[in-house]
Ligand binder design. Structure first.
Ligand code: NAP
Length: 277
């Protein structure tokens, strides 16, 4: 598995598993556990979840799928903004660990900016780090100005990641945020890399997929992963989707492919507020 290296020197797999929408329907639970297990067996060593997903049930599903095994699994979860006070973040993380049936997270993210001052959230994250309950912390859905604000708070420079919306149909981060993160060695974790499935019916994506004899999803993922310092976390419950997505690691898009995709999905021409799903 290719990796991105954090500023601490730690290496993180570039392709993982998303879990949003898991834990919402009881009838899907067994399939969701199986999909995560399959992804891990095939080498997708990173799982992204959140206390928000299924109001905790997605974390329980992840806990069931990993069955207490932590070697080779990079585990990421997120705190709700309304829980992200200094003490609230600690308590929320402890609840997540219980649902995940583990004693530590590799990465803990602020899900989006809320009303608690960033300094408080960072103090909570640093306390969790000191206690060994998380190894690194980061943020999600923070735009350039918020990252500037974060850099100004005590220990704000320890931010390891910004998880943001990034796919062919939503390229706004290419205007400034991506370069800012790359310069600061803040890993970008691209969410909704398949545009929640909508991208896969676009003809330009199909054209490139036929050329590389792969699934359109693999093209969409390879496109996101062409950027240095970027990893991604497609969500897939169907086993054929999990298998198709892994193929992205074998695909190298050439200049002609990128030109076709740029024509169909133009890069940004001006600054825009960061989009969120
Ligand atoms: P996504 O990964 O872009 O798309 C997921 C959808 O694509 C599912 O309906 C899935 O179907 C389908 N799919 C997966 N692989 C496919 C393939 N090979 N061919 C055809 N369809 C395929 O969307 P997402 O779930 O919004 O984003 C991914 C993850 O990012 C989330 O699960 C979550 O972990 C994270 N996220 C974070 C935020 C945030 O605010 N931080 C926001 C959104 C998402 P099946 O499930 O039926 O296989």
């Amino acid at each position: 598995m290719r990796t991105v290296t954090l500023k601490t020197g730690e290496r993180v797999p570039v392709l993982g598993l998303g879990t949003w929408r898991m834990g919402e329907r009881r009838s899907e639970r067994a399939a969701e556990v199986r999909a995560i297990k399959l992804g891990l067996e095939l080498g997708l060593g990173l799982i992204d979840t959140a206390e928000m997903y299924g109001e905790g049930v997605a974390e329980e599903i992840v806990g069931e799928a990993i069955g207490g095994v932590r070697d080779g699994i990079y585990l990421v979860s997120k705190v709700y903004p309304h829980n992200a006070s200094r003490t609230g973040a600690v308590a929320a993380c402890e609840r997540s660990l219980k649902r995940l049936k583990t004693d530590r997270l590799d990465l803990y993210l602020l899900h989006w900016r809320g009303s608690h001052p960033l300094a408080e959230t960072v103090a909570g994250f640093e306390a969790l780090k000191k206690a060994g309950k998380i190894r690194h912390w980061g943020v999600s859905n923070l735009d350039v100005d918020d990252l500037d604000g974060l850099a100004g708070v005590r220990n704000g420079g320890n931010c390891a990641c910004d998880q943001v919306l990034y796919h062919l149909g939503s390229r706004g981060i290419e205007w400034r945020l991506l370069a800012k993160c790359q310069a600061a060695r803040i890993m970008v974790m691209a969410y909704s890399p398949l545009g929640q499935g909508t991208l896969l019916r676009k003809s330009a994506v199909g054209t490139i997929a036929r050329k590389h004899a792969c699934d359109p999803a693999a093209v969409a993922l390879a496109w996101v992963l062409r950027q240095p310092g970027v990893i991604t976390i497609p969500k897939a419950t169907r086993p054929e989707h999990v298998r198709a997505n892994i193929k992205a690691l074998d695909i190298k898009l050439d200049a002609d492919d990128l030109a076709v995709l740029d024509a169909a999905f133009p890069p940004p021409k001006r600054a825009r507020p960061l989009e969120m799903t």
